[in-house]
Design a protein around this ligand. Structure first.
Ligand SMILES: NC(=O)c1ccc[n+]([C@@H]2O[C@H](COP(=O)([O-])OP(=O)(O)OC[C@H]3O[C@@H](n4cnc5c(N)ncnc54)[C@H](OP(=O)(O)O)[C@@H]3O)[C@@H](O)[C@H]2O)c1
Length: 268
């Protein structure tokens, strides 16, 4: 475990409190597809990780659900949307988070959650997330985002496109394959028999470990599907998409990802 000191000084944020000392996760061994946070070494270490700072870009259904869950587990959260932070004043009170601009949230977070519609990713300044570990929760819905040939022909994945936009960010695809209504409800302590697993993918092993540790602390096992190029395995309409599964069954669904399920079946 490592310790870092912060003096929080930005005056442009709402709901600030001074943070003098915050614990951050130490790097752990990487996990290929099939491993998860039941690894005793991972669980032992991640249980002692506290008080991360989470910046969230997008304060809609998924951004707010992740904010509530993170705050319940002791994290400091800043939410932002596409408008002036004052539009989030009631959300700040309801959730107990800070609010700011997207740039404020990006600067604030040890980890930044990108929780915007896929079409909006390219509207966000590419330099905003430089050097950051970013959880990419975005999904591609052609009806909402417009048809994107490279995705329709499967020549790339949504998170690879996100990574190309935010060139020097460490993108980890996560939180895209769980419905917002399930995010708080399905969280369980480590070792619970009915603990749900969430798929992740990413090209940076350290960033992926940090995300895996964080998910573990929030109440989820993580199953590593591989690089961002493998992210299609849990994109929209794949068997692993937004279905509650334990780590063993999720691993199987990721391996059997070549088929699709009926549009919207995951909402039933
Ligand atoms: N809903 C789910 O169950 C679920 C589950 C998994 C993944 N996802 C994915 O997560 C993403 C967000 O979904 P959602 O349901 O939370 O959407 P949503 O309720 O429509 O919220 C979208 C949020 O993104 C913000 N936003 C849009 N453009 C922005 C920009 N340029 N800069 C900063 N913020 C911007 C919006 O701000 P304004 O309010 O100012 O417009 C809004 O707060 C989508 O890609 C979705 O597919 C959703």
């Amino acid at each position: 475990m490592t310790f870092r000191n912060w003096a929080f000084s930005s005056s442009s944020n709402w709901g600030n409190r001074c943070i003098s000392r915050i614990r951050c996760p130490a790097p752990l061994a990487s996990s290929p597809l099939g491993s998860n946070c039941r690894d005793p070494q991972v669980s032992r270490s991640s249980r002692s990780v506290k008080n991360m700072r989470i910046g969230i870009i997008g304060a809609g259904f998924i951004g707010r659900a992740v904010a509530r869950l993170a705050i319940q587990h002791g994290d400091e959260v800043m939410l932002s949307n596409s408008r002036h932070p004052r539009t989030l004043a009631s959300t700040m009170v309801a959730i107990g988070c800070r609010i700011g601009t997207s740039r404020d949230a990006a600067e604030f977070g040890d980890v930044v959650v990108l929780a915007v519609p896929f079409f909006a990713v390219r509207e966000i300044a590419a330099d905003l997330l430089a050097g950051k570990t970013v959880l990419d929760a975005a999904n591609y819905y052609p009806q909402r985002d417009g048809a994107i040939e490279d995705l329709d022909t499967r020549s790339t994945t949504t998170s690879e496109m996100v990574a190309r936009h935010f060139k020097s960010a460490k993108i980890v695809k996560a939180f895209n394959a769980i419905l917002e209504k399930d995010i708080e409800k399905d969280s369980r302590p480590a070792g619970a028999a009915d603990r749900r697993a969430l798929p992740i993918a990413g090209d940076d092993a350290d960033a992926k470990r940090s995300v895996r540790d964080w998910l573990d602390r929030l109440g989820y096992d993580a199953v590593d599907a591989g690089m961002l190029s493998e992210g299609w395995r849990f994109e929209r309409a794949r068997p692993a998409y937004c279905v509650p599964l334990d780590s063993g069954r999720l691993r199987q669904k990721l391996q059997d990802a070549g088929t699709t399920v009926a549009e919207g079946s995951w909402r039933k």
